[in-house]
Design a protein around this ligand. Sequence first.
Ligand code: CMP
Length: 436
Amino acid sequence: MLSPHTTFRRIWDSFILLLTIYAAVETPARIVIGYPVVGWLVWSDHLLSLFFLLDVGFNFFTAIEGRGGRLIKNRRLVATHYLKGWFIIDFISAIPFELLTDFGLGLGRMARIVRLLRLLRLLRLLRLAAFMRRLGASASVSPVILRLVFLGFWIVMGAHWLACGWIAVGGCADEVEVGRRYLRSLYWAFTTLGTVGYGDITPSTNTQTLYALVIMILGAGMYGYVIGNVASLLANIDVAKAHFTEKMDQVNAFLRYREIPASLQQRVRGYYEHLWESRLGYDESSVLSELPPSLRLEISLYLNQDIIQKVPLFKGAPDEFVREIVNALKPVVFTPGDYIVRSGEVGEEMYFISRGTVEVVSPEGNSVFATLTDGQFFGEIALVTKEPRTASIRAADYCDLYMLDKSTFDRVLQNFPALYSHIRELAQTRLRSRRD
Ligand code: CMP
C-alpha cells in the first residue's frame, strides 16, 4: 500500500493536476478551433487517458486517511472508499474516447459526438476544486491569498471556455488565422464577462445574440460576486492585523469617551502594542479555552516551551510535574511601573518570569532589594509560609509572566517533595536576606 504522504505520491498527484488543467484548456479549444492535430498532439490524447487510467489504478493502492490522521491500509476498505467516492469521475475522465475515432467507429455525425465525449475529461476539475479547498484549509500560505489566486484561476478558465463557446457559435468568424480568432474571442469573453462591452465585437446571428445575452447575465452576476469576494478577501488579508486594528479603535473610542487622562491612555495603548508585538494581539487563554483538554495540554506545552527551558526549577523536573504545572499556568502581562504584588497582602499565587524585569521593592517603593528577570520566579514565600507578602514587586518594563495559583501549587508539589523543598529553601534564603 502506498502512503498518500510519500514524495512519489505527491509528485504524481501534482502531475495529474497539471494534466487535468491541460485537458481542461486543450480539449474544448481543439473541438471548436479544429486546428491540425500533428506532432506530439497526436499522442497527447492517448497519453492523457493512459495517465488518468494509471491514476485510477494507483488510487486502489493508496492508503486513505481516517479520523485523526490515522492511515487506513486495509485493501478492501481502501477500494470501497474509492469506489464510493471519486472512482466514477476518475474513471469516466480516463475513458479513451479518442480510440473510437482512431478505429474508424466515429464517422460523420458520430465523430462529432465522440469529440464532444472527450469533454467528459473536464469532470476531473471537480478533483481540482476539492484539492484547492483542502489546500486552502491546511496550507501554511495565507488562505486569503490562496483564495484570491484560485478565484483568478477560475475566472481565466471560465473566460477560456466562454471564448471557445463564442467560436463554436461562429463568433469572430471573419478572422482567418486561428490564433487571432481565439485571441479576439477571449477578448470578447473578458469584456462581456467584465460588463465592459466595448461593442467592437458584436453578435450577428440569432444564436450568437442569445449566447451573448446569456454571458452578459452571467457576467453581471459574476461581476458582483467577484467584486464582493475580492473586497472582503482583501480586507481580511491579514486577519490578525484587522482584528487588532478593530480592537484598538474600540479601546481608543472608549478612552476618549470616558476622558481618561492622557498618560493613562498612553499606558493602555502601550499594553496593546506589547500584546501585538509579543502574540499578534491574541488572548492565548481564550483561544485555548475553545480546545478539548488533550489538545489544550499539547498546545500549552508547546507554547510554554520557552518558560520550561528558562526556569531552572522546571528543567530537570519530572515530565508529570511539568505537564501538570504547564497546564495550570496562566499568561499575564504587566506594563512598566505596575505593582504585581503588594507587600502585606494575602498571597494566592506565584509568578514565573518569561520575559521582562521586575523589582523587589519596599512597601513605599523607594528602595529596591533585588531585581528578577527571565526564568526566575517570585511570590513563593506567601504560598510556602502562608504569611502575607514580604515585599512588593514592581514591573520595570513590559513583563510576560505566568501565574500559578495556590491550589495547584499545593496539589502538585505534594507529590514532588524534592521540588517543594527546593522552593522552600529559596524562600528561606530570600526571607533571611530580607531580615539581614
Ligand atoms: P512573597 O512574600 O509571596 O511576595 C513578595 C515576593 O518577593 C516574595 O514572595 C519573594 O518571591 C520575593 N522576594 C522577597 N525578597 C526577595 C529577595 N531578597 N530577593 C528576591 N526575591 C525576593
